[in-house]
Design a protein around this ligand. Sequence first.
Ligand code: SAM
Length: 481
Amino acid sequence: MALNKFMHPRNIYRTPPDFGKLAKLYPEFNNISKMDVTGKVSIDFKDPNALKVLTKCLLKNDFDLDVDIPEDRLVPTLPLRLNYILWIEDLLNAIEKINNIWGLDIGTGACAVYPLLAARKNKWHMIGTETDDISFQKAEENVKRNHLQDLIEVRKNLTSSVIEQLFEDEFKQVFDFSMCNPPFYSSVQELCESRSPARLPPKNGFTGSPQELITEGGELQFCRKYLKESKIYKDKVLIYTTMVGHKYNLKELLQDLKLEGITHTYTEFCQGRVTRWGLAWTYQDFDIFQLVPPRDQPRKKHAPIVYLLPQIPNIPYNVDNVINKLIIILNTLNIYHKVLNKRGNNIILDVTATTNTWSNQRRKRRLMKKLETNDCKKTKIDHTEYTTSSTEDSNSNETLNETNHFEKSIHATLKDEDNDLKPHTSSNDKETVPVIEPIVHAILKVLKKENDILMEMEYLDGSAGKEGLHQIVQYIKNNWK
Ligand SMILES: C[S@@+](CC[C@H](N)C(=O)[O-])C[C@H]1O[C@@H](n2cnc3c(N)ncnc32)[C@H](O)[C@@H]1O
C-alpha cells in the first residue's frame, strides 16, 4: 500500500497496516501474502486479486464492513478514499455542520465505498447514484450486507446527467455536501497513455472496468457538466465537491470557478506515488477558501527559467510559429513532448528527455564534416546524433520547409486539444518512449505577454538536474534563428 507523510493528519493509514496481523486474522489474506526469512509479511501489489483481498480485509478490520468486490470492478484503495472523506469532515466542521449530515455520492460504484465508510464511521445519511446496472445492483447488495439501509440509499441514474435527474424528480432532500470520483478518461487509448513516461510505473496493479473509468470527454467534461448543473441547483447542496485525477484538469476547473466568481477551495490527496486533488465550491455565504485553505504544496517547486523568444527574420512573430519552431527543436533533440493544455495564446507542454542529445554539438559537427570530407560515410555513426547534427545545421529555408511539416503536426494536436482539452500524445514519431528514468523532465510554457512571446521552462525531475534543463534552454537560444 502506498503511504506517505502527506496523507490527511487523521488518516489511519499514515501508519502502515500490520500485514502479519492481517495474515493471522484472515485466512484469505494469509493465502495471498508471503513471509520472508526475517518474518516480514508482504503481498504482490501488482496482483489485482491481492489488492482486492487487502481492501476487503482492511474494510473488515478497520471499519467492520463486509464488502463484496466483484471480479471486474474497481478495487477502491482506502488511503485515498479516507483522505477524501476526512477533507469533507474538515469542510463540514468549518461551516459548523456537525449533526444530521446528508451526503450525495455521485457514481458510487459496486462497493458503494464512500457511503459505507461515511455511514459506518460518521453515521452520515448518504445517497449514492450509479448509472451502471451491475455496479448499482452490487452497491445495493453491499449496503444490505452491512445492514446500513437506514442510512444509505442507492439510486439508479438512467440519464446522462450528473445531478439533474435527482432534483428533477421533486427530490426534497437538501444535502450538506456532494462528492464524486468521476471516470477519469475519455477513451481506452487515453487510459493507456495517461501516465507520463517520465514517472515511475505505479506500484499497484490495474483494476476497474471501462464503464467505471471512461466517460465521454474525460473527467474535465464530466466535472464541467457537474459544475453547470450545480448552478441550476445552487441551494440543493451546501458544498459541492469532486475528486480530480489530473492536475491539468484541476487548473482548468479552478480557472472556470474563478472566472465565474464561485467561492471554492481545493486540496491535494497524497498517498505515496499517486496524487489526486479535491475541489469544493459553494453558492452559500461561507468563505470555504478562508475556512479550509488549500494545503501547502508538499513538493518543492523550482523557479522557471524564462526566455524572451526573439523574432526570427522572415517568419511572422506569433505564438503558432513560435510553437512550431520549438517543436522542431524538441524533435531534433529527440525530446518527447505532449500538450497538456492550450488556452488562448498560451500553451503548456510536458517535455521529457531520455538521452542527452544537446551536449557537444560542435564536436559532433566537426566529426561529421571530417567523415564527409574523408568520404567515410559508411563508418558506423550513432544514428540519433547524425540526424541531430544535420538538422541542427539547417539554414532558415530548410527550417521553413520543416515548419510547414510540423505545423500540420502541431495543428492536428491542438485541434484535438480544443475539442476536449485532454492530454494528447503528439502525432510525431516520439510517441513510443519507453518507461525509463528521464534525464530531464520539465514543463514548457509559451506565453504571449503584450508584444512579446516568452518561453518558461520549469524543472520537474530527472538525473541531469536543473543543469540539464539550463543546457536545453541554452541549446534553444543558440538555435533560435
Ligand atoms: C471511477 S468510478 C468510482 C467508483 C467509486 N465511487 C469509487 O470511488 O471507488 C466512477 C463511477 O461513476 C459511475 N458513473 C459514471 N457516470 C455517472 C453518472 N452520470 N451518474 C452516476 N454515476 C455515474 C460509473 O459507472 C462508475 O461506477
